[in-house]
Design a binder for this molecule. Structure first.
Ligand SMILES: [Zn+2]
Length: 154
């Protein structure tokens, strides 16, 4: 119940309504965060680290890394989960143990904050996963609306 309330409040605060495109969501997050959000596929994430996704805040951008996957749906869920952490303000833990091989191009000193998707049982992870589901539903609703729009007016 607490999760539902927190997610509803965050959705309301996003002010995107009940259906929106993925691009509109990225824009809204960038506005809230005040800098760019980049989504990057990283082979080593799945192969060497066994992670689905990783979120990192640097001085001038937020980076969402995800492991390669055949399924567009999985990819979207990984990314939306990390977006949820951004929206919910969950980027508050330094993780100096972040393995260098994952992020060779990003100097250690600029890696301010980082979240890994590992333990899905913590309240924060449950909240992020629930928020990701809501975001996915809104994006699906928008896709349905657009295709109806095209049917009628396209
Ligand atoms: Zn997470």
């Amino acid at each position: 119940m607490k999760t539902e309330v927190a997610v509803s409040a965050a959705m309301y605060e996003l002010a995107l309504g009940e259906s929106f495109t993925f691009d509109a969501l990225v824009e809204a997050i960038e506005q809230r965060r005040g800098h760019r959000v980049r989504i990057i596929e990283l082979d080593a994430l799945g192969e060497q680290a066994g992670l689905c996704a990783l979120l990192m805040e640097t001085d001038d951008q937020d980076l969402v890394f995800h492991a390669p996957t055949e399924s567009a749906l999985h990819r979207q869920q990984f990314v939306l989960h990390e977006f949820a952490h951004l929206i919910l303000g969950h980027v508050d833990g330094d993780d100096p143990a972040a393995p260098d091989f994952l992020l060779p191009d990003i100097p250690r000193s600029t890696r301010r904050r980082l979240l890994r998707r590992q333990d899905l049982d913590t309240p924060r992870e449950i909240l992020a996963e629930s928020m990701a589901d809501h975001l996915a539903a809104a994006i699906r609703a928008s896709a349905v609306r657009d295709s109806r729009f095209l049917e009628i007016f396209g």
